[in-house]
Design a protein around this ligand. Sequence first.
Ligand code: 13P
Length: 259
Amino acid sequence: MRDIIVAGNWKMNKDHLLTVDFCVSLALDLQKRRTDGLKVIVAAPYPFLDAARGAFGDSVGMVAAQDVSAHTEGAYTGEVSAYMLASLQIPYSIIGHSERRQYHHENGEEIRQKLIRLLENERIPILCIGETLKEREEGLTNKVLETQLQEALKDIALEDGRELYIAYEPVWAIGTGKTATADQAQEAHAFIRGWLKGGYGAEIAQNIHLLYGGSMKPQNIAELIAQPDIDGGLIGGASLIYEDFLAMIDTAIIQAKTE
Ligand code: 13P
């Protein structure tokens, strides 16, 4: 059975003290709860990853990077390698976020290289894919998802599927307050899982965690994570507000228990 994942993507927000404060509080709150079947992840900015990890201690809270270099090591000023993340015991990294595809012109091959670097270092990639509003309106949603999956996963062998998370993040829902309806999100997630089944077989496809991202908040998380192919959320804006993030974790705990 897959876990329920509540992952916050803080993007370029918070500072050192706010990060430590948030993660220390969260560790205490998580220790008071039954968290079987639940994973809580915070993708903090690079400079605060180690502090966030330390603040989480041995609670179920875990830390993710927001990106990783496509290169192994060397003269790449400003880059952070998957090996560096491994040396800090950071278990996850987001890759292929639409903001990086859009503002940093990342292409499919670059994202594939990042994915390979993470797997080589036994880090779990959280691969983001999703269509723009124009693409959805033109009926191209599945085509776009398929292309992004093909590009990122070309010639990638998976052991059992637990080593990869995929986040479906429709670009039109990110930071806009417009959430995909539960039906729209489930449809996209079912398409993704179907594609994975075609490429990797049913067992591996069943083990891959699929997250929804795009204006997820306490008011809509329950309906979204109740869908059969949605295993949690990658949450931007609402993950910055402590009470909202905790409220979403509490909803996920209820969902994890009912599964
Ligand atoms: P919002 O939740 O702010 O829409 O952001 C979603 C996102 O981009 C998570 O990676």
